[in-house]
Design a protein around this ligand. Structure first.
Ligand SMILES: C[S@@+](CC[C@H](N)C(=O)[O-])C[C@H]1O[C@@H](n2cnc3c(N)ncnc32)[C@H](O)[C@@H]1O
Length: 259
């Protein structure tokens, strides 16, 4: 029996799919892709005659039925999702339905947009002694967010934050972050379509980012990045410090030893 391959398509740039994902895509008989976000040029990797379905206008039931029909006909089925499916990918419900039908599946990860965004901007979320944690979240809207995960509560950690699915409510995001304890001077950036050819980046602080984003006309497919990791202050890591030894580098005088 064939199986369903969930593939992370990456953030946009068609070279950013994994080699394993590319091979499955090139070999697939049926591809169900998330047309609202997946770069359509990725479909150029598919073989001639492959059936392609845009999940944009499909229900969960439509998607599962299409997968089940393909598997029953011994076809190779690919579910192509944007970025990596483990982040706002609605994959859980799909795999649970496949389990009920005893249909095998595999998951091939992709480059999430928050990683593509950091690469495009040349930034590190975990700058030594500035921030060592990253919070990935979203504002509540038509889809609720658990109360304990409100932006206000998360902001109290003052760590690096990447906010998905929220740029349309940027003013509300800023208000909640400030209420939660970030200062107006906290660096912020918004990146639209990271790694796509028409990528756009807006940089500022919590005081002016909402205004700048409005001016740039960005209202979807963007990430809001907030935190001092975007600022000018940084520290060198211990990893390459000549006075700091570790498992792979020893023997320098006056060195301190890592755990
Ligand atoms: C349903 S979520 C899917 C996220 C995806 N699974 C990932 O790993 O990137 C869609 C949201 O992801 C963000 N997003 C996806 N691709 C993006 C990109 N290339 N640049 C900026 N934001 C992106 C936007 O916030 C968009 O509204």
């Amino acid at each position: 029996m064939t199986k369903v391959s969930f593939i992370g398509a990456g953030p946009g740039d068609t070279d950013l799919i994994t080699l394993k994902g590319y091979k499955r895509l090139a070999d697939a008989d049926i591809i169900i892709y998330a047309g609202s976000l997946v770069n359509p040029e990725l479909l150029d990797y598919c073989k001639e005659g492959a059936e392609k379905y845009d999940s944009k206008s499909m229900t969960l039931e439509d998607i599962i039925n299409t997968m089940a029909k393909g598997i029953a006909e011994d076809k190779k089925v690919v579910r192509l999702q944007t970025g990596d499916f483990s982040i706002y990918g609605s994959i859980r419900e799909q795999v649970e339905e496949l389990r009920k039908l005893n249909i095998e599946f595999e998951c091939i990860p992709g480059v999430s947009s928050f990683l593509g965004a950091a690469s495009s901007m040349g930034v590190e979320y975990t700058v030594p002694e500035v921030s060592q944690s990253v919070i990935i979240t979203r504002i509540s809207g038509r889809t609720p967010v658990p109360e304990d995960e409100s932006l206000e509560k998360l902001a109290s950690h003052h760590t690096s934050m990447v906010i998905f699915l929220s740029v349309q409510s940027i003013q509300k995001v800023v208000k909640q972050l400030i209420r939660g304890g970030y200062t107006e001077e906290t660096p912020a950036a918004v990146i639209y379509k990271a790694t796509w050819e028409d990528e756009k980046t807006v940089r500022g602080t919590l005081a002016d980012i909402a205004h700048k984003v409005k001016e740039a006309g960005i209202s979807r497919t963007a990430l809001i990045m907030v935190g001092d990791f975007l600022g000018d202050e940084y520290n060198y890591s211990k990893l390459y410090d000549e006075t700091f030894t570790h498992t792979y580098r020893k023997g320098i005088k006056n060195a301190t030893k890592s755990e």
